[in-house]
Design a protein around this ligand. Structure first.
Ligand SMILES: C[S@@+](CC[C@H](N)C(=O)[O-])C[C@H]1O[C@@H](n2cnc3c(N)ncnc32)[C@H](O)[C@@H]1O
Length: 140
């Protein structure tokens, strides 16, 4: 199993306001172990991924048992701590799952075709909590 991304570990307190339970969006998540890391810390995590084999490997490699909501194309754990929308992120009704307190983008923006990147940014803006103290800031 791959290691948790060290940049995520280094910035976890900043990302989660010192460990407060957060609703975190991991776009284009693949089968990253970062999802389990965030869930194990007590956060609620939502990912988008269009390759079924990635979702299957994510479950097998991390011990997740997913239930599939076919109508909404969402794989979710019984405790609702992890949900994965299976499909093209452009088609995900993101408002139904957010708003998110934080986004962890690792290899997502760069995986999006150049001509789709403006859409990706607009999609991210729609997904985050920006009122009532949302910080809406980025860290590179
Ligand atoms: C660079 S990889 C995984 C990045 C992951 N966050 C990580 O840290 O390993 C990008 C993933 O995005 C998925 N993907 C690419 N375009 C997508 C799209 N339009 N909608 C949903 N998933 C997509 C690919 O199948 C792939 O698993």
């Amino acid at each position: 199993m791959k290691a948790v991304n060290p940049i995520l570990e280094d910035n976890i307190n900043w990302l989660t306001e010192n460990g407060k339970p957060q609703n975190i969006f991991v776009p284009l998540c693949g089968k990253t172990v970062d999802l389990k890391y965030l869930v194990d810390l007590g956060h609620t995590v939502f990912g988008t991924e269009w390759v079924y084999e990635c979702i299957e490997a994510l479950a097998e490699e991390n011990g997740f048992q997913f239930i599939f909501d076919e109508k909404n194309s969402v794989y979710y754990t019984a405790d609702l701590k992890l949900k994965i929308y299976k499909g093209n992120f452009h088609e995900c009704p993101i408002e139904d799952f957010g708003p998110f307190d934080a986004i962890w983008d690792r290899g997502a923006f760069v995986a999006v075709e150049y001509y789709e990147r403006r859409n990706y940014i607009e999609f991210m803006k729609r997904s985050v909590r920006t009122s009532n103290g949302g910080k809406n800031t980025t860290r590179n």
